[in-house]
Design a protein around this ligand. Sequence first.
Ligand code: NAG
Ligand code: NAG
Ligand code: NAG
Length: 707
Amino acid sequence: MKLSPTSSFLTISLILSVVIVKGTKILGISPNLEKLYENNRVISTNKWKCLNNPEIEINWDQINDNICDCPDGSDEPGTFACNLESSSSSSLFYCENDGFIPRFISKSKVMDGVCDCCDCSDEALLPSSIPLSKTSICPDLKDEFDKLLSIELENYSNSKDKLLKLFKKYDMDFTSLDQTKDMGNQNGNENGLLEKEKLIAELNKLEADSIRHNNLLSQEKENYLNKLQLNNPILYDFEQKINSKLLIELTNSTMIQIIQVSSAFNDIMKILDELTLSYSNSMNDRVVNNNVDKYFDLSRSIQMNKINANPESDEDLRVQFLKYFEDELPNLIEFKKIENDVKYNVNKAAFVKGLIRGKAEYTETLFNLINQFSEIMIDITENYNVNFQDQGVKIAVDSFKNYLTKYESTLGLKRIEMPKNLEDEFDKLINFLEKALPVLFHSNNDDDDDKNNEANEYSHLLNNGDANNGQIVDTSDLLSLKKQIKSHEKKIMKLQANTLKKKELLAKLEQRLIRSTMHEEKEKEKEMNAMDQTLLDILNDLMIKIGSDKIIDTVLDNYKYEVTINPKLPGSIFQSEMKNDKNVVKIGELQSVKLDKKLNLQKYIEHLKIVYPESSLISHLMNETTTKKGDLEIDYLFGNLPDINNGLVLEYGNGQQCWNGPKRSASLFIKCGTEFELHNVYEATKCRYVFDASGPIGCYPNFEYSP
Ligand SMILES: *[C@@H]1O[C@H](CO)[C@@H](O)[C@H](O)[C@H]1NC(C)=O
Ligand SMILES: *[C@@H]1O[C@H](CO)[C@@H](O)[C@H](O)[C@H]1NC(C)=O
Ligand SMILES: *[C@@H]1O[C@H](CO)[C@@H](O)[C@H](O)[C@H]1NC(C)=O
């Protein structure tokens, strides 16, 4: 049998993915992410939601199937199927490296035929036919690392002893260092993280509950409707055909708009009425006087035409309409409680509709007048004579400004329209009532305007619809079903409210976590600075006490170097040629002393590379991180080992002028070591030198290893 490369690749990766997904571990993610992945899983359906796009659901075993399904790439943490920007946290692959130190590598190193993880997990999904190149395996690296660690720590311990001896020799007190040392507690965030996990779990449960209840609810509804259709076809039709909710909503909102117009009309008249009573006619402000006259004319015509608006009675109407839909109609249809006769009840719906429409149409008249009043007030506001200091006018102008803000959303309109769909719903209702009520209440329509029940789909119920016939009876069962549905709906609403609350909590918690992380880092930095400052002071004292002793007096590459480190004298670096010992050059004098953490890390890595030139250990300790800006950064996983060195750097300047160049200067970096030694000198830029040295004063006296 011949398999094409792709199909064999697919087969293999499918087999692999099954194996890898079946276990609890998902390839390529760190343990703390595992919980997030687990949280997004719906066990019952074996579905899984993309981490940052929970609206997208895939099958759980589509994770790491080498096909990108989630926009955030979260379904492919172990493959490079999702082509992600490096700024995304999913652009990193987690090497579990069982037996050694876990680390993150860039996704670009995944499935490339080279094992970057010492457990080769970055190549686990590669077809087994492709040969892998391996540098080191985890157990070997562990041995190597342990060896390195013990040598480094032993050398440190010896060097530190030398430093303590120096302190003793010069009778120095260094206990102040211990007081700033206390900086171990950092569990503030851990609590927050636990809380966050708990919240996420609760949220997932709530969402699952909500789905379950929604399913139950729709079953209940279906069940209810089926029974209803059988037992009470009229009520069934009412519930199916008439959108009560829409009727209520639209009636409510239309009435509220109408009330707004009524009260806008009344309010502006009030402003003008008050103005006419309080303004000073005698001031002879022509603008005001003319406009007041205009208003008198207008209000006379309003009285004559009996135009009025009453927001209170409109509000009463709104309440009555809502009651009609919410109580009266259901009572009528469901409980067959009728007041007055059938005809009255059919007409009532039409009456309500007509009333709303009439009220809406009337707003055109009101708007028209409101606009005329407004013009009067606008003219006064813009053109009245401020110098007259007429209080009555001023008050009216201020009131008008408030008025404009209060009715901002209403004033631009020409009239309130009765919504078309509200009219339609009313028509449906009227139509339904015309047919259903006579049947429901056994009215034979024996009035003179006998329309008959010819085309009435409910007529057949009338014939055999007696109380002792089985058709429209025993609604208690239905009622209890309906109650159940109502209470279920309430429960779901509560669940949703609860979910919302939890989501808000979660968002707040996340904010807090970010803030507290930043705060913690700052605090740590502060402590660190305080500690470094104390150490620096002590080292300064020590260097003064060492005085003019040459800590280094060494020949290196045919040059002799003499170094003193007293900050007060000040210390200096001299270089002389071995061939011609008269040619002595002053490289510089000591100008400043500092502890440089960043340089220290760099120097420490250099040191490891020099001491262990053959080992791939260092590269397996590189941990890749994406910065907020999206750059890849490397940090190293040897814990605080570089802190063996305190990062001591002595800056020398103002040396002998170079021929055709600047004055000489140098940085002297002193790492922790038992003896003062010079290891390397190089010219970094013209006449600027770097001295790599070691000695006890380069040690951190309080160092304790932590991974
Ligand atoms: C440890 O100290 C010894 C003796 O001082 C030295 O030879 C060796 O290079 C040092 N090793 C490291 C890793 O610094
Ligand atoms: C009527 O509308 C008001 C304002 O929008 C709203 O507050 C109220 O809940 C509504 N009433 C009903 C029964 O819809
Ligand atoms: C290693 O990298 C990961 C991912 O970039 C990061 O979250 C973690 O803090 C790093 N670990 C160390 C010890 O620097």
